[in-house]
Design a protein around this ligand. Sequence first.
Ligand SMILES: Cc1cc2nc3c(=O)[nH]c(=O)nc-3n(C[C@H](O)[C@H](O)[C@H](O)COP(=O)(O)OP(=O)(O)OC[C@H]3O[C@@H](n4cnc5c(N)ncnc54)[C@H](O)[C@@H]3O)c2cc1C
Length: 458
Amino acid sequence: MDIIIIGAGISGISLAYRLSEIKRDNPAIGAVTVIDKGHGAGGCIQTVCDNGFQVESGPNGVLYSKKHVRELYMRAGLENVLQISAPVTKRKYIQSGGQLHAVPSGPISALTSKLLSFPGKMRVLKEPFTPPKTDDSDESIAEFTTRRIGAEAADKLIAAVVGGIYAGDSSKISVKSAFPRMYALEHNYGSLIKGMLNKGNDGKRRERADRKHSGMLISSHTGMQGLVTALAEKCAGVNFRYNTSVEKAEKTDKGYKIYTNNGVLECDRLAVCCNAYDAAGFLNPLDETLAKMLAKVVYAPIFICGMGFSAGNISHPLDGFGYLAAPDEKSVILGTLFSSSVFSGRAPDGKVLITSITVGDRNRELFALGDTELKEMIFAQVKDILGVKTSPESVTVFRHERSIPQYYIGHSAVVEKADELTGRLRTFYMGGNSCRGISVADCIQTSLNIAEKITENV
Ligand SMILES: Cc1cc2nc3c(=O)[nH]c(=O)nc-3n(C[C@H](O)[C@H](O)[C@H](O)COP(=O)(O)OP(=O)(O)OC[C@H]3O[C@@H](n4cnc5c(N)ncnc54)[C@H](O)[C@@H]3O)c2cc1C
């Protein structure tokens, strides 16, 4: 049984790695080939080093609390490659009212925090007594959280987080598709607070290790690119075809014909691990409706700016993960990561690195501005909010016109259609971040599930 994986981002590489493991004990699994139009593994993961400042173009880390992530890297023998974020990472800030507020870490800090007004806090406390929604219709994250915890907390806390994770607009993104666990808390327990307390009491549901590592991230000393490259190198017996762009995927009696700019390949099973808009381009012959739905998935544009300074030139202690800006702020910055506080080795000795993200779905018109204008807007804002005293000595920028898929209300129809095609063909699998979660941990989980499905009954 020959398998082709389209896409060598973290989704394609983790799928290839898991298949290489299964293949060791199962001779029925034939050639595993990963095709990517880029020059190497990583997809949106790319790490750049400028004068000792190490900046990420894509994700900065993977959640260490996810057991499947830890296990995958341990099984691949990458213990020596892994780098774990500093404990200070657990502290996170929100920018509101022109100031940074630490996100409360417990009931006492929640009561004393100035992030929410007194009525705003009281409204959050009323959450367990707020009746759940009875119908199953899809709702935006803003609608859901305003209903549950009130408008103030929904805007200052949740909308800021949606900006940080999705570069998205909480009034457009579906709670069911983007935050399924939050949706399930109301659905299963009638309340978010009751649900969290119940889950917390049930020790069996959450392993101790998961709690211990909550909020911590992993990467490598050479950044996220080092992590994904190391995993790719462990894919024993997998063929990699880089600089190869898939143009068309066609069903045959035996399996699939994959037309690329470097010739035609054939396989029995096909796993698509690339972006929705790319997949839409070659999936038309397999399912026109799915291709059209994928083409309509909206992506947020992002501008990333990594800035290096001498440590004494920033007044803020940078004692945390970074900050997210509540949408009511007049901030063009969605969030700023205190990169050199999160992982060691991101800046030379005596220097610090911060990385700001701007534009996003809420301010997509800003993407038309030039690099210089965007950089100046960012410098002006970090100067105010972090007390930056000089211009940065190193600046690295990245532009992503289509960075992160936005799971708008109704997105579940795309997932159902992809599942329907899998069910009908029984040899086709839709991976990547376009259906079942955008985080690196979600992408890895989706790929592990696909590996099990591909190889069941083989
Ligand atoms: C700026 C940014 C910051 C992020 N931050 C975080 C974070 O901190 N933590 C986190 O968990 N997640 C984060 N994410 C999300 C996460 O990084 C992505 O969802 C994940 O890396 C996507 O991986 P992937 O392999 O599915 O897709 P990609 O990385 O997009 O890889 C898809 C691959 O498919 C290839 N491809 C496309 N079309 C074709 C074709 N026709 N033929 C051949 N190859 C093709 C592409 O070249 C690419 O290599 C971030 C994402 C971005 C963009």
